[in-house]
Design a protein around this ligand. Sequence first.
Ligand SMILES: Cc1cc2nc3c(=O)[nH]c(=O)nc-3n(C[C@H](O)[C@H](O)[C@H](O)COP(=O)(O)OP(=O)(O)OC[C@H]3O[C@@H](n4cnc5c(N)ncnc54)[C@H](O)[C@@H]3O)c2cc1C
Length: 402
Amino acid sequence: MPPSSATTVAVVGGGILGLAIAREILQRRPGVRVQVFEQEDRVGAHQTGHNSGVVHAGIYYRPGSLKAELCTRGRALLRDYCAEHALPYDECGKLVVAVDGSELDRFDALEKTARANGVPGLRRLDGREIAEVEPHAAGVAALHSPHTAITDYVAVCGSLAGEIESSGGEVLLRREVTAARRRAGGIEVSVRHGGWVEQHRVDQLILCAGLQADRLGARIDGDPTPRIVPFRGEYMRVSEAKRELVRGMVYPVPDPRYPFLGVHFTRRVDGSLEVGPNAFLSLSRRHYSRAALTPRDLAATLSWPGFWRFSAEHWRTGLTELRGVLSVRSYMESAQRYVPDIGPADVRRAGLGLRAQALDRDGSLVDDFRIHRSDGITSVRNAPSPAATSSLAIAEYVVDRL
Ligand SMILES: Cc1cc2nc3c(=O)[nH]c(=O)nc-3n(C[C@H](O)[C@H](O)[C@H](O)COP(=O)(O)OP(=O)(O)OC[C@H]3O[C@@H](n4cnc5c(N)ncnc54)[C@H](O)[C@@H]3O)c2cc1C
């Protein structure tokens, strides 16, 4: 049941999830007082503003999972939202390519998953048909998803924030939520702003803190699981001379042991073409330079038993990824299997994103979205890709349960 109009709701996090949820509440109950607290000086400053900009069509996710359900609905909602608000949205389509016969078992399994999820317009292509869609891509088979799209998620955040404010809500920047305590008749939220700590009394609290989700959750709910382990994903930008060699997106067949989709070619709404992101352990959750190290963040990773269990199992993959971090040539080796005409000399480094990857105590990567709710506090504990695609559907899901 959505909150009544006398209710005050605080949302922590001005990423796409916090903003989508705040907007959804205001749409359903216009009189509710909604405040979004964002610690940075702008919305979409972290994962949402450093992602690939892809609107996924549901190819990868286990049928019946929250990811499968909310990605499918979220894509349709986002497409309509972008049309309604004149935001960039380009259905440039995606190919998932098997480069040789050794990948066909995984490829067949992926096709089954995509069909079970009802990916619209999905076609299986042979090597010759691949060239009709992407003349410079190489492979023995591909799945073509013509409705996979690209957008500008920061522009979507700007639009959501505008709607929140025009509906009477507030998006409060440079406000870090440091604690919250349940009190008789409500929840008291402590918010650091400048040199001061303000206290806000609210009825409902919604935590969408991304890379800080575990920290804030542990402080407020007392539950430290799952732990967020940050993974950096570096992008390369393709030179103007070569960027027209890929029309839409070209992806590898993903390894089912990892939720990351592998280095791929992605078109951006500004017409540029990027390769990436890879996935390697980050030593910071908040800083984006290649050498960034935040001792507190590193300590949080190293003190988590799940991290050591995960590392013991996957150190070989880690070493392969490290080669790509250190050398553009190694990075491009894997990408060139898909588009041989774009090599190391055709790209330059183009920034990185930090993924909030949730890791359970036993070392398993949490794959599905994880959203807890108890006594007036809703906590989004795991919202990796495709959470940006799914954001408007996640908002419906959360507000249905308030
Ligand atoms: C490299 C990369 C590529 C990706 N590609 C795609 C893609 O193509 N398509 C897709 O659908 N998804 C993609 N994703 C995933 C997607 O970006 C995220 O799932 C989504 O942005 C999560 O949104 P969020 O609002 O939960 O998190 P965030 O965008 O990280 O927002 C969380 C916000 O909370 C704020 N915050 C944290 N703690 C506090 C506090 N104590 N007080 C106040 N504010 C606080 C932070 O400053 C931040 O702004 C990608 C992610 C990455 C990193």
